[in-house]
Structure formats: C-alpha cells, structure tokens
Design a protein around this ligand. Structure first.
Ligand SMILES: [Zn+2]
Length: 453
C-alpha cells in the first residue's frame, strides 16, 4: 500500500521537526518515501539546496545563505557551497528537507539544587521581563568570568520548558559545549538534553534541549524558542557572517536569542548603547570577590637554552608554595618545546601540555583538574569556559599578537573561580608593556568597579 504524508510524519517527525537536512543524508527508506510522495506533501517541505534565479546565475546556498560563485563547480557540472562544507557538501543536485517545529510536553522543571545570588536572580528575572512584557527578542548578558552566567540562565530555560518550548544552548567552542553539557543535564534531569559537535557522533533524538557548536545550527530552521549563544566574542563565530545568519535562522521569529559574553564584541555593545539590544550586566563574581588584576613582569623569555632567570624565579616561587598553575603560550609551535624545557628544569614536577588538535586533550585537562599534574602548558584553547579550582595563571609572551584584549581578560578570569578558593594570582610575563595589556587591565578594573568593589 502506498504511504501517505501522515504515515511518514508518524514515523519520522522526530527527526525532521525544526530542522533543515539534506535529503541525501536521510535514512534510505525515509528518502525513498519522500520522493514517492513528493507531489502530495503539505507539511514537509523539500526545496533545492542551492537556489538559482536563472537570470544572472546568482546562486545562493539555502542551508547557510552564502553566495555560490560560478567557480565552485564540480567536474559533473554541479555547483557546490564552499562556505558550509564542514557540515557535509551541499551541491545543486541536493535538496533540503524541512518540517516546521512542533511543541514538547509541558512542565519539565529545574532539578538544580544550587542557589542563585540575588544579582543572578535579578538578571534572569529582568531578561524574562524584557522578553514577555516588552517583546525584546534579542538580548545581551555581559557577565564577568566567574559570575555564574550559566546558572543564571537556568530559571530562563525553566520558564521556556514549562511552556513546552525548545531550547538551544550553543557556543563556538567545543570545550565550552563539553563542559556545559553535564551541568545542564544535571540541572534538568527530567528533560532530554543532547550534545552535538564535530568530535562526537551521538545519535539525534529530538532532544528538547540541544547543546552544540554554532556550526550545528546549520541543521536547524526556526527550531528554538530560546537560543542562548555563549561566548559570542569567540572565534570562529565573532567574524563569521554565515554563523551569525545560522543563529538568526535557527530561532523562531517569536523566540528569544540571548547572547552571553564576558568580553562582548564592539558591534553588540554599540547596539546596546543605541538601545536596540537590552544589555544586562552581571559584574560581581558569584562569590562576591573581584577579578584578579594581572601582575606585569617584564623580561625575556629565554636566556640561552634556559628560561630567563627572572621567569625561573617566578616558577620557583609558585612551586615552593605548592601552587597548581596554567601556563599560557601564544603559539602551538613552541608549546612542546617550552613544556619539555620546564620538565627538564623541574624533573620532580608533573607537567603536561595541551592544544586544540591534541587527541588526548580532554583526558589531560581532567588530569590537571584532578591534581595529578601540577602544571599545564596550554595554548589559548583553555582561555575560556574551563573551570579549575584554586589555580594560578602565567601568560608567557603576553605581548604576542595572538592574544587579544578579550583573550587576556578571559585568561585572567581562569583564576579564583571557586567559592572556597576565591584568590589566586595572574602573571603577564612579557617583553613589552603593550596597549593590549594596558586595555585588558583597564577592562578588569572597570568590571571590578561595576561590581561594587
Ligand atoms: Zn552553504
């Protein structure tokens, strides 16, 4: 007997709802059914993945909304989109399948046992108020690192869950997603939560809360009632118009997009100033202490084949007081070398190194967190979103161009995050006192003032 759209929906709505997927990527039997019933489909939409206006051959990729220039042509004559290639190739032979979003069971609530500070409560109430009463569909939360912005979003998420709505929580950075996932899962034990990014291959189950990288949003279309975009100032999102369009498309027109950042990009701050974007400010760290102001130590990195004596003395002091510390280096090229030099200089200390492409990255970070390694040399991949209790931070070559003002502020924010250990020191070790270093210290002072210190 021939299948109808109702049959297909009964079996597959969970996979298609709120999404935009390549027909060729769907399960074979579903793709076959869609092709057979194509003429009689009403709810499920199938459209060419690359549109062609036929007039002046301007083609647009319908998945990522990027133009497809004439040179993007395969030997077969098909055009392909180079912009969203990492999510699987889209060609002019492909089609995108979309089903409008549905609702979920109502009433799932917060199972989180923690308590919000009064500042966190005030901000989350204010966000909901701006949305429900004043119809503000995009808002910005500027929270200093360690202010507890994730916990602060829990009441906002709970408000949407109670109405059977769907939540996306995305970040440009994989580490942030990995760290976020268990916390959100723990906070909403009765709600299915999914984690999606390029390094894991979890099966999709139409989870009501979706955590993932901003790239994953290319698979969604008007799916989310609440879309939280964490670390909006981080690479690659900050300079990527395609990802920014993906955010706009993934959220429903009636939904709320909440941008989070400890160091918001200028364009958002400008929008906030001109009142296009309500700005909420969470300046006080949740334990009420201020952000540590980095200490500047000027000096050379090396002396011959050793660390310069001044730097050596800094390491000596930290080790003598049995501190655990992160050492940031500006380039992956020198990471191993500096880590090894440290190992030779201090053979009694357990040291490890980690960088973005490191296959043992999660394991090594965990070893440091567990206290098995006392020192961790890292590139800026650990500059944000990662929490360690009671550590110090040393930034080597803080004058290097690979550090931005935002990344210097973020790095400083790694220190003093736990309630039991609000102290800790940050040392910027550098040959020159640069403008970026000055601006980073100025921003930290400003934030500490806003926090009422
Ligand atoms: Zn594309």
């Amino acid at each position: 007997m021939e299948r109808t759209e109702a049959d297909i929906l009964a079996e597959w709505a969970w996979l298609l709802t709120g999404r935009q997927l390549l027909l060729s990527s769907l399960p074979v039997e579903l793709a076959a059914d869609l092709k057979a019933t194509r003429a009689s489909l009403h709810q499920i939409q199938i459209q060419p993945a690359i549109s062609d206006d036929g007039v002046n051959s301007s083609r647009i990729c319908q998945r990522c909304q990027s133009p497809v220039p004439n040179v993007n042509r395969l030997p077969s004559g098909q055009y392909y989109c180079a912009s969203c290639l990492t999510m699987g190739r889209v060609t002019s032979r492909d089609e995108l399948v979309h089903l409008p979003a549905m609702t979920y069971a109502k009433g799932n609530t917060l199972t989180w046992q923690g308590e919000l500070t009064s500042a966190q409560c005030r901000v989350s109430n204010h966000i909901l108020q701006q949305f429900h009463r004043h119809n503000r569909h995009q808002q910005l939360l500027w929270a200093v690192t360690g202010a507890g912005k994730t916990e602060m979003t829990f009441p906002v998420i709970a408000d949407f869950l109670q109405q059977g709505q769907r939540i996306g929580f995305v970040s440009p950075r994989v580490d942030v997603c990995n760290e976020l996932f268990p916390r959100v899962e723990q906070a909403f034990k009765n709600t299915p939560v999914g984690l999606f990014h390029g390094q894991i291959h979890e099966a999709y189950r139409n989870e009501q809360i979706v955590i993932g990288t901003t790239h994953q949003l290319l698979r969604y279309d008007k799916a989310f009632d609440l879309l939280i975009v964490d670390e909006v100032d981080a690479f690659p999102y900050v300079n990527d118009a395609m990802l920014q369009r993906a955010v706009e498309r993934a959220v429903k027109p009636t939904g709320l997009t909440l941008f989070l950042s400890a160091t918001p990009p200028r364009v958002l701050l400008r929008a906030a100033k001109s009142d296009q974007l309500p700005l909420h400010y969470l300046a006080r760290r949740f334990h009420g202490r201020e952000l540590p102001l980095p200490r500047i130590e000027l000096g050379d990195l090396m002396h011959g084949r050793h660390f310069a004596p001044k730097l050596q003395r800094i390491f000596d002091r930290l080790l003598q007081s049995s501190r655990r510390f992160l050492v940031f280096v500006p380039q992956i090229a020198v990471l191993e070398q500096l880590g090894q030099l440290f190992e030779q200089s201090y053979p009694q200390v357990v040291v490890t190194t980690v960088h973005a492409a490191d296959s043992k990255r999660l394991e090594k970070v965990q070893r440091f967190r567990d206290g098995e390694a006392q020192v961790l040399f890292t590139t800026t991949i650990l500059e944000r979103g990662v929490t360690f209790a009671d550590i110090d931070v040393v930034v080597l070559s803080a004058d290097h161009r690979n550090y931005s003002v935002a990344s210097l502020v973020q790095v400083a924010g790694r220190v003093g995050r736990a309630r039991e250990f609000p102290n800790g020191q940050v040392i910027f070790y550098s040959r020159y006192y640069t403008n970026k270093i000055r601006l980073a210290r100025q921003m930290i002072r400003h934030l500490n003032r806003e926090g009422g210190f």
